[in-house]
Design a protein around this ligand. Sequence first.
Ligand code: NDP
Length: 330
Amino acid sequence: VKQITFAARPTGLPDASIFRIDEVPLPDPKEGELQLKGMFYSVDPYMRGRMNEGESYVPPFQVNNALEGGVVAEVTASRDPKFQPGDVVHGPYLPWRTEMTVPASAVQKVDASLAPPSYYLGVLGMTGLTAYIGLMDIGKPKAGETVVVSGAAGAVGSVVGQIAKHLGCRAVGIAGSEEKVKLLTEYFGFDAAINYNEPGLDDRLSTSCPNGVDIYFDNVGGEVSDAVMRQLNFFARVPLCGQISYYNATEVPTGPRWQGFMVTRSILMQGFIIRNYASRFREGIEFLAPLVKAGKIKSEETVAEGFEKLPEALLGLFSGKNKGKMIVKA
Ligand code: NDP
């Protein structure tokens, strides 16, 4: 079977040379194991962090081993009574192989009657739950408030804005192209959207947020976030979700010193890691699934066809190639 191998640790922005496609054997499943055929593979910005050496909240990828991530797969052989061939399962940390033998404890069945299987990598999976937990627990939105989200046309951001709208907030999205800005207002139903690659971000933000900003859901960090921070209201909340604008930086950039402003405005800023909220995933899916089914939360996917497209799809996240969730279909 084919495997995408992590060939070398990158410095700065990675390119295709850090990946290798290898042929590896497929062991027969032992007691308690399953054999799986990959259907959909997730690529996620956090994988860039795992390419660096050193401990983070997930261990680093090992050079010459398979990369790994969220996969939706079909069970082809089972030596665990809870699973049958034909079941569709999801695992958050499965190897990037076309077929794989894994412990049954590494996966969970997905409910294909609720939504198409690929949604368990996106709106009903890690990214949708990240949007839900970050916005509800840290953002604590109230109807009538203004919610600004960066990385708004991506997997997490598009769901944040749509939940905010559903709760009666004003949703303002920031994204990197005119096409994405149109998608945000015309398809996802944001009240306003801003292209951060055009000049005048501060002015366009204040026009789009006439009552200031009550919640800033931060997916990107850097200058985009500096601009939003300057417009936060008293008692604003800032869920810190990610900082993709410097995941490839070789030095940590030093930004403006707005902590004093946070003091005077009594602003709450809190980071979170979704995998620490596993006990809340059921609640999140129960909130999201009916809204998705009713078309009130739309799921957009950018799908690359073919297992070999995994490296290109992953790298594409860092140049904004995706609208909604980026996935690879085997
Ligand atoms: P996205 O689907 O949003 O894809 C990444 C997007 O980031 C791109 O489409 C691009 O959109 C934008 N981007 C890339 N480079 C830059 C840059 N230099 N400045 C600003 N924007 C940039 O990914 P996800 O929704 O999966 O993740 C969004 C964020 O949430 C990431 O920071 C990720 O690490 C974080 N995250 C955190 C989790 C947690 O537990 N805390 C869990 C899941 C995700 P554009 O064209 O608009 O630039």
